[in-house]
Structure formats: structure tokens, C-alpha cells
Ligand binder design. Structure first.
Ligand code: FAS
Ligand code: PHB
Length: 393
């Protein structure tokens, strides 16, 4: 088989890239190691920057999001059990946010790929990349015990943190920046009405977040130790702990109910440079991971795909390789902006084992400063809302 681009990985990055390339007439084949059911069972991100909303609309997968998504003007932070500030992105960054779950986005992308006759091969094994440093790369994979080869112009590594593509770049050609956090997030999904706003909590018992998916689907998180055993967290214990991390007037408004999903995600910051090597281009979690505090992971995957689809189309359809040659540097500027912001917000809202009373006062002071300074709040809002995408100067 021969195609323009082989996309490895059928999460949001890979599916969106396939969709955007297909719309622009660039042939592509997507290889996914899991079944579609498995991919669609993942419950992850929930908040979209407006730039991401516009990319999804531009990719012909925005109609359900516009019907079911919840447009809101930012999020709130409560701290010390009594203070509250609003990250008002509409007022300070002139753009709202959209609450719409990653699961829905993945469903919408799979449906759009099917409707367009996109080539998505699920349940593949042993994907191998060859000749990525030549002008004739190819990809091998196994499906139902049969070995296949696809010759292509380019390979897009959209296979997430544990994928094969990043590791195909010689160790000597890449530099990895890693920061592990000494805690995770215990998250649940419940078929209950959410609070009207997203509310982050910095509490003496640890971080918490009240979020949403739709008017009858809520998403909640509490900071937990890395060795937390999910079996020791029945629903009642989760709800009790969550409420203890919020002021009473908020805790009393939380509608509890049985969880339909419960999981623990470790927090890490990770960036691999460069995001391209020869004919291989990385996008999404394959190249970077951010702690979910700033709601940036999925949004970065979308902005990478915006840059990469523009670059591949320019090269393959117009012979203009300027976007391809600048892809890694341009994408990394946005990645590092989001990675730094996510690291900073994680440090501001969580309890760290080695913190001393001075550190806690400094956290409270920074939150009070954000609440009292329009300049500080504008900086926070423009980063939370997502910085504009770059173009060639
Ligand atoms: P993904 O990991 O989603 O997709 C990669 C795909 O590649 C997977 O389907 C995988 O099966 C496939 N694959 C892997 N190896 C392969 C191989 N060798 N061959 C073929 N296919 C292969 N972000 C937020 O903004 N907010 C959140 O609250 C949030 N919560 C998260 C919770 C968890 C537990 C995790 C893991 C991530 C969370 N994220 C969150 C980040 C998440 O949303 C990612 O940013 C997003 O899934 C990135 O999408 P992809 O880059 O497509 O990677
Ligand atoms: C979510 O709804 O899953 C969510 C919202 C905001 C975040 C992280 C996760 O910062």
C-alpha cells in the first residue's frame, strides 16, 4: 500500500490530523493499536480553548460540540475555605471556554472519519517505522496475524506518551525534559447535575476540582497520594473528602450520586525536543505531557495538529516546505508556554509533601494578588484561554 501520510495513533491528535488532511485532499492511513471501543472508553479532558473550538469547527466536527458543549467565561478558584476569584477569560482575554468532553470529541472524529471513508485500521500490533531519515519512509504493522507495509511521504507520530514513534528518533537526536509530581488526581464521573461553574480548590487537605461534561454528567477530582489504592475509595468516601475541600456553601451545592467511572492519573510534565526528525513529525502526547491543572493536554494536541496539518498540506499540495521546516520550533513555543503555565498553576493549587508554612503563605499571597491585580489576572486569563496560534512572519 502507498499513501501520503501514515498516522500512528487514533486518539484525538491522530483522528483530527487524518480528518484535516482528508478535507484538504491529502491521502492518509491511520493505525491504532486498540479497538475503537477501548479508545472510546477513555475519560480524560473536558475543557477546550476557543482556538481548539475553532479548529474543530473548521475540521467539520463542531456541530455536536456547538449543540451539547457548555460555553462559559472561565473558572473560579477558592482558597483557605473562604476566598474566591474568577479566571474571567471573556473579560480579560476576550474569549470564552467550552466544556465538552474528550470522549465526545473522539466519538465525533471517528464518526466523521467513517462518513468521509477515512482509512482507520484498529487493533494493529507491532507498528515499526523505517527510513524516517530518508525520502522513502515506510511503516510496518501486523493485523490479524498478517504483516503489512505502507510506503508513504511522511509519518505522523500521534501515539501518545507510551507510543513507538518518539522512541524511533535516535536518543542522541532528542532531548527530554521531565518533571514528576509527588501526587496524582483521583477522578470520578457521575450522572448528576454539575455545579454551574468550574471551581478549583486550594485547600489544606489538598487540591480539588469540580467540573462538568453536560447538564447531567459531572466530573470531579481530588489530589491524592501516588500510592492511593482505588479500592479504598468507595463513592461515599470520595464525596465526603471532596466536600471537605470546599467552603460549606459550595460543598452543600454538590449533588452526589454513584460514580460511573473512577480512576487515578499521575501528574507529570514532559517535553521531548525536537518534535520532528526526517520524515517523522510528532503531535500531542507523543511529544509532551502536562499536568491537567491548566486543562492544556488536549488543547496542545489540537494546536499541534493545526500546525502539522497546515504544514503537510502546504508541502504536499503547494510544494511550500516553510511550515514543515518550522513546525517543531513553532509547535514547541506553544508547548513550552502551556507546559510552564501548567507547572505554575499546579504549584499554586496543590499541597506538596516538602512544603513549609512559608510556602503556604506564599501560595495564599499569590492568589490574593491575582484577585486584586487586573494586570496579574489578565496574564493568567490569556494563558488559561490559550495564546493565539502563530503564523509565519
Ligand atoms: P492519546 O494518548 O489520547 O492517543 C494516542 C493513541 O495512540 C491511543 O489511542 C493509543 O492506543 C495509540 N497508540 C499507542 N501506541 C501505539 C502504537 N505503537 N501503534 C498504534 N497506536 C498506538 N488533558 C486535559 O486537558 N485535561 C484533563 O483532565 C486530562 N486528563 C487526563 C487523564 C489521563 C488518565 C490521561 C492519560 C491524560 C489526560 N489528559 C488531560 C491529557 C489527554 O487529554 C491528552 O492530552 C490527549 O489524550 C492527547 O491526545 P493524543 O495526543 O491523541 O494521545
Ligand atoms: C475536566 O473537566 O476534566 C478538567 C477541567 C479543567 C482542568 C482539568 C480537567 O483543569
Amino acid at each position: 500500500m502507498k499513501t501520503g501520510v501514515v498516522i500512528v495513533g487514533g486518539g484525538p491528535a491522530g483522528l483530527l490530523l487524518g480528518q484535516r488532511l482528508h478535507i484538504e485532499g491529502v491521502e492518509n492511513v491511520l493505525l491504532e493499536s486498540q479497538s475503537r471501543e477501548h479508545v472510546l472508553k477513555r475519560v480524560r479532558a473536558g475543557v477546550l480553548e476557543w482556538g481548539s473550538v475553532e479548529v474543530l469547527r473548521d475540521s467539520d466536527v463542531g456541530s455536536r460540540m456547538d449543540n451539547e458543549g457548555h460555553v462559559h467565561d472561565g473558572a473560579d478558584i477558592v482558597w483557605r475555605g473562604e476566598y474566591r476569584l474568577t479566571i474571567d477569560t471573556k473579560k480579560y482575554a476576550d474569549r470564552p471556554m467550552m466544556a465538552y468532553g474528550q470522549t465526545n470529541i473522539t466519538e465525533d472524529l471517528y464518526a466523521a472519519r467513517d462518513a468521509m471513508g477515512g482509512v482507520v485500521v484498529d487493533d494493529v500490533d507491532d507498528v515499526t517505522l523505517h527510513g524516517i531519515d530518508t525520502s522513502e519512509p515506510w511503516v510496518g504493522y501486523t493485523k490479524n496475524g498478517d504483516r503489512h507495509r505502507i510506503d508513504c511521504e511522511f509519518v505522523a507520530g500521534c501515539d501518545g506518551f507510551h507510543g513507538v514513534c518518539r522512541r524511533t528518533i535516535p536518543q542522541s537526536k532528542r532531548q527530554e525534559f521531565v518533571k514528576e509530581y509527588p501526587f496524582g488526581w483521583l477522578g470520578i464521573l457521575s450522572e448528576t447535575p454539575p455545579l454551574p461553574d468550574l471551581i478549583y480548590a486550594n485547600s489544606e487537605r489538598g487540591f480539588a476540582l469540580c467540573s462538568m461534561r453536560n447538564p447531567m454528567l459531572s466530573r470531579y477530582y481530588i489530589q491524592c497520594d501516588l500510592d492511593t489504592n482505588l479500592d479504598e475509595w468507595p463513592d461515599d468516601r470520595f464525596w465526603e473528602e471532596l466536600k471537605l475541600r470546599y467552603p460549606k456553601y459550595i460543598a452543600d451545592a454538590i449533588v452526589t450520586g454513584p460514580s460511573i467511572e473512577k480512576s487515578i492519573a499521575p501528574l507529570r510534565s514532559f517535553v521531548s525536543e525536537p518534535m520532528s526528525y526526517g520524515r517523522l513529525f510528532l503531535a500531542g502526547d507523543a511529544a509532551h505531557i502536562v499536568p491537567p491543572t491548566g486543562a492544556k493536554g488536549l488543547n496542545l494536541a489540537i494546536s499541534d495538529v493545526f500546525y502539522l496539518s497546515r504544514a503537510l498540506v502546504a508541502h504536499l499540495k503547494q510544494g511550500d516546505e516553510r511550515y514543515l521546516s518550522s513546525y517543531s520550533d513553532m509547535a514547541l513555543r506553544r508547548v513550552w508556554g502551556a507546559a510552564r503555565f501548567s507547572w505554575w498553576l499546579t504549584g499554586l493549587l496543590h499541597r506538596f509533601p516538602q512544603q513549609v508554612p512559608f510556602d503556604l503563605r506564599a501560595q495564599e499571597q499569590e492568589l490574593s494578588y491575582l484577585a486584586s491585580s487586573e494586570v496579574a489576572m489578565k496574564s493568567l486569563c490569556e494563558q488559561y484561554a490559550g495564546l493565539p496560534f502563530e503564523d509565519l512572519t
